[in-house]
Design a protein around this ligand. Structure first.
Ligand code: NAD
Ligand code: TYD
Length: 348
């Protein structure tokens, strides 16, 4: 089977490839990624020399470039990770989100429609987010039947792409599956997102900015659990269906940051108070969704997927990985990163 992986140099895509390329030598994996600030080939050093792995630097918003890849490799399955993925960046600059997340997804769907003359064994798997459902109050969970109600340019662009994918199933019989998952964390995540940003700042002795009062709740999912869930859906998911993926790990942001202070203190032997003193409260994110929480009953009951990590075990693994991979962190934060930090945090 030939798998076309989009966005394979990003956080989840690189974990997916590092996990599955060695595991399935009988499959070929083509990674297409245009290497934005969030994409890094250093994240793929483990698999870059594998015979069943290929990389092409391609922008999914460019249909001609994608067509070349379809002609060259004739993929059977597309696993679509590529996206602009950061809510704060979608607030300061939404245009790229429309181009990549909506036009890019449309281009890929069109290419599948053009090149897949028969649909047996073909699949377009779309990786999406629970943020398309909007925000929850103190109670309740997102199910596959929750109406879409996106609040940020990021989630609105992901919602649009989800609708396009579903429409290609209903209109053209294109075999598709969609997964909507909660916040991921783990190795190789770019330190613009909460958990790696906090780990990095605590280790460098820099302030840790919490938006608002730190009461917003996210439902944390360890990235390898997410990758296994995606593989389960690709293999056994019903075509045309959506599956929610979550780890049943709700925490508010302040709890997450305090846990990280404790875990890091355990590793370094420094007093936890030294880390807690770095926490500051900054102006809230505009339109900040209060709470996300996934009901994963469908994927658990129908496909038998369950997460293997608790938040505690996942957080330990993540901190350990960042401690052991200081060079990776340094290499990806040397260029555009400081501009982003200044832009996002200086005026809060
Ligand atoms: P990421 O930002 O770390 O990586 C995105 C990757 O896509 C990068 O390698 C980037 O270079 C590539 N890319 C961006 N624009 C591109 C373009 N025009 N053409 C080709 N490649 C392009 O994102 P991530 O956290 O790995 O997320 C992967 C997917 O999972 C996204 O679709 C995201 O919406 C979804 N998701 C992420 C989370 C999360 O917590 N990280 C949660 C739910 C859903
Ligand atoms: P983030 O990692 O950006 O993911 P998302 O916005 O997709 O949920 O943020 C997770 C939570 O952490 C969110 O409620 C915003 C908050 N947050 C902070 O409080 N400080 C920060 O510096 C960042 C990046 C996020």
């Amino acid at each position: 089977m030939i798998y076309l992986i989009t966005g394979g140099a990003g956080f989840i895509g690189s974990n997916f490839l590092n996990h599955f390329v060695p595991k399935f030598p009988e499959h070929t994996f083509i990674n297409i990624d245009n290497l934005t600030y969030a994409g890094n080939l250093k994240s793929l050093e483990k698999v870059e020399n594998h015979q069943n792995y290929h990389f092409r630097q391609i922008d999914i918003a460019n249909s001609e470039e994608i067509e070349q890849v379809f002609k060259e490799f004739q993929p059977d399955r597309v696993v679509h990770f590529a996206a602009e993925s950061h809510v704060d960046r979608s607030i300061t600059g939404p245009k790229k989100f429309i181009e990549t997340n909506i036009i890019g997804t449309f281009n890929l769907l069109e290419m599948c429609r053009k090149y897949w003359s028969y649909f047996e064994d073909k699949l377009f798997h779309h990786v999406s987010t629970d943020e398309v459902f909007g925000t929850l109050g103190k109670d309740g969970f997102f199910t596959e039947k929750t109406p879409y109600s996106p609040n940020s340019p990021y989630s609105a662009s992901k919602a649009s792409s989800d609708h396009l994918v579903r429409a290609y199933y209903h209109t053209y019989d294109l075999p598709i599956t969609i997964t909507n998952c909660s916040n991921n964390y783990g190795p190789l995540q770019f330190p613009e997102k909460l958990i790696p940003l906090v780990i990095q700042n605590l280790l460098k002795g820099e302030i840790v900015p919490i938006y608002g009062k730190g009461e917003n709740v996210r439902d944390w999912l360890y990235v390898i659990d997410h990758c296994e869930a995606i593989w389960t859906v690709i293999e056994n998911g019903k075509r045309g269906e959506t599956y929610n993926i979550g780890g049943n790990n709700e925490r508010n942001n302040l709890e997450v940051v305090k846990s990280l202070c404790q875990v890091i203190s355990n590793y370094t032997g420094e007093d936890v108070q030294k880390y807690l003193n770095l926490i500051i409260y900054v102006k809230d994110r505009p339109g900040h969704d209060y709470r996300y929480a996934i009901d994963p009953t469908k994927i658990q009951n129908e496909l038998g997927w369950f997460p293997t990590e608790t938040f505690d075990t996942g957080l330990h693994k993540t901190v350990k990985w960042y401690l052991e991979n200081e060079q990776w962190l340094k290499s990806i934060t040397k260029d555009e990163y400081q501009n982003w930090i200044n832009k996002n945090y200086i005026n809060r």
